[in-house]
Each structure stands twice: as structure tokens, then as C-alpha cells.
Design a protein around this ligand. Sequence first.
Ligand code: PEP
Ligand code: MG
Length: 590
Amino acid sequence: MSEIPPHEASKPERRFEGVAVSPGIARGNAFVKGEVFVEPDSFDLEEGATGAEIARFEDALAETRRQIEVLQKQVAAAAGGRDASIFDAHLLVLEDRSVLDEVTAAVRDRRLNIESAFYRTMSRYIESIRAIDDPYLRERVIDIEDVMQRVLRNLGSAAPAEYSARHEHVLVAHVLTPSDTAAMDREQVLGFATEVGSYTAHTAIIARSLGLPAVVGLHGFCDQVHTGDNMLLDGYNGLAILNPSPETLAEYDRLAEEKDQVARRLDELRDSDAVTGDGRAITLSANIEFAHEAGMIEQSGARGIGLYRTEFFYLHDGALPGEDQQAKNYSRVARGVDPDGVIIRTMDIGGDKLPEDAEEAGENPFLGWRGIRVSLGRKGLFKTQLRAILRASGVAKVRVMFPMVSTLDEVRRAKELLAECADELRAEGVPFDEALEVGVMVEVPSAALVADQIAQEVDFFSVGTNDLIQYTMAVDRVNERVADLYQPLNPAVIRLLNMTVEAGHAAGIWVGVCGEMAADILMTPLLVGLGIDEFSVGAPRVPAVKHAVRKLSYATCKTLAEDALGDVDPARVLGRCRELALAHYPELLT
Ligand code: PEP
Ligand code: MG
């Protein structure tokens, strides 16, 4: 967290309301993604005014140099010399005489105002560097643009940008894709604020998994904030606060302390099991998107990984890595959570998880080429992944699970390919788990409706409520216009959940929930009451869900679930859930 420089302290505080999608508080300087330069006005100077104009430029350069040196010292103190050396490149830009002379010549000879002369010269300079096919030089463009922006601000009346994206910052953007979030530099991004987004979009899911505070739905915010502005992001209440006052900062210090206290108390449950007061044991596992998150699992007190979303491999690099690289990755994750194990979900490409140029999903990607449909259509790619998963199963406990299943036939075809891979590995003498458990995500209503048939083919079900709600209600999960229809407690959704549990249990297999509903402690009474056996949630949510389960009684939850199944009103069901939650774990709801 950085101190507010004195000249900023006098600016009035401004609050913007959005939707809280990932809890936590982030304080720092804003970095507005893609903040574009507005070309300065261009005009002819009066005769005799060029000297003063050039002096103004020299002052702005000196001020910029001073700011960068201050930053360099701050970063050196906080992060060490290597990081601070980034600013050497910035300072070099300010000393490039050939460029600076061109600027002053344009003022002196053509009587162009300095802002315009500087902007035009720098733009040409940047374009010529961009044209060179050298990644190192292209990278430098960011530094040059940073300096350019600073100088322009120092020439004008706008407050200077004190920080750039090379430092810790609160990221502000119109929108962030899941791949933007996947590629985010966690060392520097303290949290993010976007103008559009939704709670179950994968961008938000990743933020929660990573414990990164996030607020979305801040309409028009990008026009109100500049890179370098001091801001505070409240991921609990969905607020973005510019120039927070000393009173606000003190208030948030108190809130952070309260939340820390609760977290410390929950931390004591790390080694306890998720068992209700009257003895019903729930398996509580964690969702991950990246292999490196596996390190957080033990710390969170989860029992293994209930959902490893492997498509983020693809989103990172634009292509799935080869079999060896995948096998290595899966084995590493599995070893980290052995013997509880990891459920590896085969790639769920499609929906909102598409590389930007992918057109193959069709006009309506959520109803298009997605999940198992892609895998069955790209058998080579799928078999590479299945072989890698099987190989990891020879190293530590692994289960496999197929996403976006809508028919029994898809499950059979996927299993056939898995059996083919197993035959190949057997023939090659490569060890794997001959009893590898196979599961299906129940997230399409058609799968829930024939869950009794699918249950005959698999070892477990994991309900993907994010999609199950979306497809049942015909509500795009990332479209905020229809967000009020995205109803986890609609009777249609509760019935499908119940059908899935009953079908699974009748066939003797366990049923989990890995969608975001499992992480919502207001939903815990209903899900426990419906007989869900496993909850898989983002690692930071594990302690709260465990606490909730331990405080509840299965008998009470069962009564609530039975009533909910007969209820027509989602709001009333939510009210009942809230009552139980408040009665048993009020400390989590403040
Ligand atoms: C779900 O749909 O609930 C789920 C867990 O999968 P994803 O969010 O990746 O679609
Ligand atoms: Mg899904």
C-alpha cells in the first residue's frame, strides 16, 4: 500500500458503486488499461512566444525527471534494484537529444505549440520502433508511452501520473477477458475494477480463486479515473473510491482488521473436517484454474481439488501444450494434494473462455461449440489430454471429469476414447490407474433430466451450477441486463439439483457441486439439505464454507430443502436460507 502524496490529499473523495465480485480491499494507484492519449490541440504560436514555450517544455522535462527519480527510489526501497532499473529506460527517453531537438525545432521553426510538437514527434518515434521486428524494442514502447504521458500531463493542468503499470496498481478497464485475468501479473495487480462484468463470468471466478479484490459494473468509471490516481477498491461492498479521505482510509483499516480477525479464527479450522453438527460428513475441496494454485490448497484446509479447469492452459498460450508437458503439470498438481486427489476437468473451451480470435464457437458461443463438443470434434487434441491425465494417475490420485455434457452418447464416446488411450499406454508399458474414476459435470438441463441414465456410466457427478442456472433459465451468465433472471433458487433449478442427487444416490455414486453456488454460504443450508456430498469452491472460500457446514444440522437443512422443493418463490427460499445462516453463523454474514 502506498502513501498518498501530499498534493493528492486535498482532492475531494469520489465514490462509484458497482457489483462486488471478489472480496477484499485494495489500495493503490490506478492503472487504466488502454487509456489512450487524446491528441493535444494544435495551434500556431504568437510571434516571440517560442522562447517561453520551449522553457515550459524544459520545465516539464525537469519535473518528469524528478518524478521518475522519486519513483525509482520508492521502488528500489520496496522491491530492490532490479525492479527500479526499469526507470533507467524512462530516464533515457528524456535524454534522447535527437528527439528533443526535433521537438524544439518544430516550436522554433514552425511556431507549433509545444504539446502538439511533442505529441507528433513522439508518435512518429513510437511508430518507427513498433515497425522494427524486435520484441525487446517493442516492449520499450510501453516505457516511451509512459514517459510521453507524463510529460504531456506535466505540460497541462491534469495531475501527473505517479505510477505506471510497472508497479503495484489497481487495474481499471472497460472489460477484462478471462485470458486477461489469467495473464495478470499478481505481483503488481492489487485488484481490478471494470465497467462491465458479472459474478459468474470466469474473470470474476478467477479473481475470487486468486483472492484478488474485484468490482465490476462500474459504468462510465474509465472516464472518471486516470492512471496514477489514488484509489481504494472495496470488493466487499462493490465500491471504487477515488482520493479516499483520511477518515475513509481509517474506516477501511478497521474493516480490514475485522475481516482479518474472522479469517484468523476460521484458519483454526484448517485441520478439521466439514461435518455437520449431527454428523453428516461433506467432502470440501477446492477449485483451481492454474497449477500454481495447488500450493494454496493445503493452507486453505480443503480436501483435494474438486475442479481443475484445464482450459486455462489453452487461454494462456493459444494452444494446449503437448502430452509430456500436460502430464508433468497434472502430476505436479496431483502430487501436491495426494492422497485426496485432483479432479481434472478436460478442457472446457468455448463460452466466455475463448481466445479472442476464435470464431469456431459460432454466433452464440455459450450454446455453441463448447466443452466436450470441442473435445469430441478434435479427437487428436482430446486424446493427448486424456493420455496425459492417465499418466498423471500413475503418479498420484487423479479423477477425470467431462464438461458440458448434454447427452448420454457423448459420455459413452468420451469413455471410448479414454479406453483407447488406456489400451495404448498399457501396450507401451506406461503405468496408470486402471481404476481411474470418471465423472460428468451436470450443467446442462438435458443431462440433469437423464441423470439416472448417465449415472450408470460414471463414478460421480459434479453439478456446474454456473451453467446449469444459465441454461435452465436461458440467461447468459455474463449479461448484466438479464442478471435478475439468473436465479439459483428458482424452483426449476432446485428441482434439477434434486433430480441429480436422487439419480446419483440411487446409482450409488456421489454428487458434488463445483459451481459458485457451493461457495455462497447463504446456499449452504439448501445444498446440504438436498444431500450434496461434495462442495468444491475457490480456495479462499474453503474456511467459511467449512465453518458454515460445521455449524449446521443436516436434519434442519433437510427440512429446509424439502420445503424449498415445494415452494414457488425464490425470494422466500432465500429468506429461509438466510434465517438459518444467521441463526448458526452470523459472524460470517456481517
Ligand atoms: C459451472 O458451470 O458451474 C462450472 C463449475 O464450470 P465453469 O464455471 O467453468 O463453466
Ligand atoms: Mg460450466
